[in-house]
Ligand binder design. Structure first.
Ligand code: ZN
Length: 466
C-alpha cells in the first residue's frame, strides 16, 4: 500500500464513531438470534422491506429488502435502478464458539448447589470461560392458541460462574490441564433453598417446573407451562472495550465474526449499487460446519439469488450469466502475528492488527482465494483507499477453514477469503485492531456499489465507481 494514499484515507475514517457503534452491536448480540434482530432493526430504520420465505416476492428495481431464516441467518439485498448484471456478495457468520444449555438442564449437588448441564458448541478456548460473570441468552418456543411462536431471551445480569478448582487441589494445573467437558465446565446457577432441598437429591434433574425455567419464562413473558422447548447458550458478560497505550486495540467476545458482519452491514448501508445487486449475507452455524438450513452449506443464498432473478421475470440462463459476472467476499476474521508467539505465523505473510484487511490464501482451497479473486479484491481495496495484507498458514501447520468454500458448493462463483486480523480467536474475549473495522466498511461499500463483468474466462471489467 502506498504510504501517502494510506495516510490520506485514514483521516477520513472515523474510527471512534465506528468502534462505539461496533461495541454497541457486540454487547447487544450475545447470540446469533440477537445479532440478526439488531441487523433487522438497522435495516428497518434504513427503509428495507422484510420478505418472508413463505410468501410471494414482488420485487422492484431500486428497492431494498431483507429475509431471515431460523431467526439466526439474514440476507439483505439492494436492487439497482436498472436491469442488473450480477451479484456483489459479502458473507460472514454470526455464531461463535460457546456452551449450549442442554434440555433437562438442572443438576443439584448435595442438596446445596444448582448447576447447569451444558455441552460445547464449536471449538472454544475453555480456560477463559472460568471465573468470570456469565449469563444466558437464546430463544424459547412458546405454545400459542394456534401453534408455536419464538421469543428471544437475554438474562441481562451476571447470573452464572464456572469456578476453577483451587490450585491446592491440583498443584500441577499450571503444567497443562485437560478439561473434562462434563465435569469442569458446568456453570453454577445458585443455592438450593432448604425447602427445595427437602425434595431434592444429587444429580436429580428438576425440569419441568425448575427454577431455571421459571427465570427464562419470566424473561420471555410467558408462563413456564407454555414453553415447549428452548435453544439457550451461556455468554461472557465482559463488555467490549479499548486497550493499549493509545487505545489501539479493541477487546470483546464474538469479534469472530461479528466484527466482519457489522462492517459488511455498515458498508452495505452506505453503498450505492449501480449495476449489480448488493447482497449482505450473514450465516449461522459456521463454527459447527455450516451444514444447517441457516448455514452456508444450506440453500439460503442459492434460494435467495434464484428468487431475486425470478422476481424480475428472468430465465435460468439469465441467472447463470449473472452468477458468472458476480463476486463473493467471504469475510471471516484472521490470525494476527501473536506478540508472545511470533513463530506461529508464516515467515512472509504476517498480518498485524491495524494494518488493514487480511487476504487469506491456502493452496488446498480451504480458503477460496486465488490469483483472480485476490486481484479483484486488491482492486477493491485500492479503490476504497484502505490498506490490506496477506495471510497463509505456516507450511507445517494446519489452519482453520471458513464458510467461503462451503458457500461455493451452493453458488459457484469467483470468491475471495478475507478477514480482520485478531488475537485469541475463539476465546470469549478476543482482541483486534481499533482501525480495521472502518477499513472493511469502506472496502464493503466499494464492493457493494460496484460490479464485476466477465468478458472471457479470466478477463473481467471491474466497475468500482469514480
Ligand atoms: Zn469465524
Amino acid at each position: 500500500m502506498d504510504k501517502t494514499l494510506e495516510q490520506s484515507m485514514i483521516k477520513d475514517l472515523d474510527f471512534e464513531t465506528t468502534n462505539a457503534a461496533l461495541f454497541d452491536f457486540l454487547d447487544r448480540s450475545p447470540v446469533p438470534f440477537f445479532a440478526v434482530r439488531n441487523m433487522k432493526e438497522a435495516l428497518e430504520a434504513a427503509g428495507f422491506v422484510q420478505l418472508l420465505e413463505s410468501e410471494r416476492w414482488d420485487l422492484r428495481a431500486g428497492c431494498a429488502y431483507y429475509v431471515t431464516r431460523n431467526d439466526s441467518a439474514l440476507i439483505a439485498f439492494r436492487i439497482p435502478g436498472k436491469e442488473f448484471t450480477g451479484f456483489q456478495i459479502m458473507a460472514s457468520h454470526c455464531d461463535s464458539p460457546v456452551f449450549k444449555i442442554k434440555t433437562n438442564s438442572e443438576i443439584t449437588v448435595e442438596k446445596k448447589y444448582i448447576k447447569l448441564n451444558v455441552e460445547k458448541y464449536g471449538g472454544a478456548l475453555y480456560a477463559p470461560w472460568l471465573d468470570r460473570p456469565l449469563s444466558v441468552a437464546g430463544r424459547v418456543i412458546a405454545e400459542t392458541e394456534d401453534g408455536i411462536e419464538t421469543r428471544l431471551v437475554n438474562i441481562d445480569r451476571d447470573l452464572l460462574i464456572i469456578p476453577n478448582l483451587a490450585i491446592h487441589f491440583n498443584r500441577e494445573v499450571n503444567d497443562g490441564y485437560r478439561f473434562n467437558l462434563q465435569k469442569d465446565l458446568l456453570p453454577l446457577l445458585g443455592e438450593m433453598s432448604d425447602h427445595a432441598a427437602a425434595g431434592g437429591g444429587e444429580r436429580e434433574t428438576v425440569d419441568p417446573g425448575s427454577r431455571f425455567l421459571d427465570l427464562i419464562a419470566e424473561e420471555a413473558g410467558v408462563r413456564p407451562a407454555q414453553i415447549l422447548d428452548a435453544d439457550l447458550y451461556i455468554y461472557c458478560r465482559m463488555k467490549a472495550a479499548h486497550v493499549g497505550l493509545h487505545n489501539e486495540y479493541i477487546c470483546s467476545g464474538r469479534l469472530d465474526d461479528l466484527q466482519c458482519a457489522f462492517a459488511s452491514l455498515q458498508g452495505f448501508l452506505r453503498a450505492e449499487p449501480a449495476e449489480s445487486v448488493a447482497v449482505h449475507c450473514v450465516f449461522d452455524n459456521e463454527e459447527v460446519g455450516s451444514g444447517s438450513k441457516q448455514g452456508a452449506g444450506g440453500t439460503f443464498l442459492y434460494d435467495t439469488l434464484h428468487r431475486i432473478n425470478a422476481a424480475f421475470g428472468r430465465t435460468e440462463e439469465d441467472y447463470m450469466r449473472a452468477v458468472a459476472s458476480s463476486f463473493l467476499v467471504s469475510a471471516d476474521n484472521a490470525h494476527a502475528v501473536h506478540p508472545n508467539h511470533p513463530d506461529k505465523s508464516d515467515p512472509t505473510n504476517r498480518p498485524y492488527m491495524n494494518r488493514g484487511i487480511v487476504i487469506k490464501y491456502n493452496a488446498s482451497q480451504r480458503y477460496v482465494t486465488d490469483a483472480v479473486s485476490a486481484s479483484i479484491f486488491r482492486s477493491i481495496c485500492r479503490k476504497a483507499g484502505v490498506p490490506f495484507q496477506t495471510f497463509a498458514n505456516r507450511s507445517d501447520m494446519l489452519g482453520g477453514s471458513t464458510l467461503g468454500q462451503i458457500a461455493l458448493s451452493q453458488v459457484s462463483l469467483n470468491a475471495v477469503d478475507i478477514g480482520l486480523p485478531q488475537l485469541a480467536m475463539h476465546s470469549p474475549y478476543e482482541t483486534a485492531g481499533a482501525k480495521d473495522t472502518a477499513y472493511l466498511i469502506e472496502a464493503a461499500r466499494v464492493l457493494f456499489s460496484g460490479s464485476v463483468h466477465s468478458t472471457g474466462d479470466g478477463r473481467y471489467t471491474l466497475k468500482f465507481g469514480e
